[in-house]
Design a protein around this ligand. Structure first.
Ligand SMILES: [Zn+2]
Length: 194
């Protein structure tokens, strides 16, 4: 109950970002909906740092597009049972920073709403997704460095194997949260409560 209240809804009217949660629908590597909820949530500390990043992006004429944020601990098990690959997913018994509400998967979109070219789609299981992948064209490197630069400035840590993944430093300081936490946060948001 206490933990659930740590989750902050992400999006309008507080934050001008585009939200396209891959695991809320079937458009993800498993081909099926993984989440029981449709809401986008982050731990309050992470939500603040995301707002900072959105503001930095906005100064350059870009917006953030969010593919994933809080991922209930149960959902991490569903993903792991589909693809048990520790390079790609945090083993659920260890806990993903996403399940602590302190990780976000995202890209940048331009003024027309088009995603910047990052060289691979979000969630691509390929070495090309690594930040330092050889053979990336300069424009792709620039785009990745732009996202890295503004996320770093806003206080986020990066993961070198996934250009789209950012998380707070020392994520284990934050508790693992469940489906129930998302449900409670959704009800609180729906009721207009803080
Ligand atoms: Zn991620």
């Amino acid at each position: 109950m206490v933990n659930a209240m740590l989750l902050t809804p992400i999006g309008s009217p507080d934050l001008d970002v585009v939200i396209d949660l891959a695991y809320a629908g079937a458009n993800n590597f498993t081909g099926q909906a993984i989440y029981l909820h449709q809401g986008c949530f982050l731990h309050a500390v992470a939500a603040e740092k995301l707002a900072h990043a959105a503001s930095l992006a906005g100064q350059l004429g870009y917006r953030l597009k969010i593919f994933d944020a809080f991922r209930p601990a149960e959902a991490q098990w569903r993903l792991w049972l589909h693809t048990p690959d520790a390079d790609f997913l945090a083993p659920p018994w260890r806990g993903s920073p996403h399940s602590r509400g302190v990780a976000v998967d995202l890209t940048l979109i331009d003024g027309a709403g088009n995603e910047l070219d990052m060289g691979t789609p979000f969630d691509a299981l390929t070495p090309l997704a690594h930040h330092d992948a050889p053979g990336l064209v300069p424009q792709v490197q620039r785009n990745r460095h732009l996202l890295l630069g503004l996320m770093s400035t806003a206080g986020w840590d990066f993961y070198f194997k996934e250009w789209w993944h950012y998380q707070l430093f020392e994520p284990r300081r934050y508790p693992l949260l469940s489906d129930r936490a998302a449900g409670t946060a959704m009800m609180a948001a729906g009721a207009g409560l803080d």
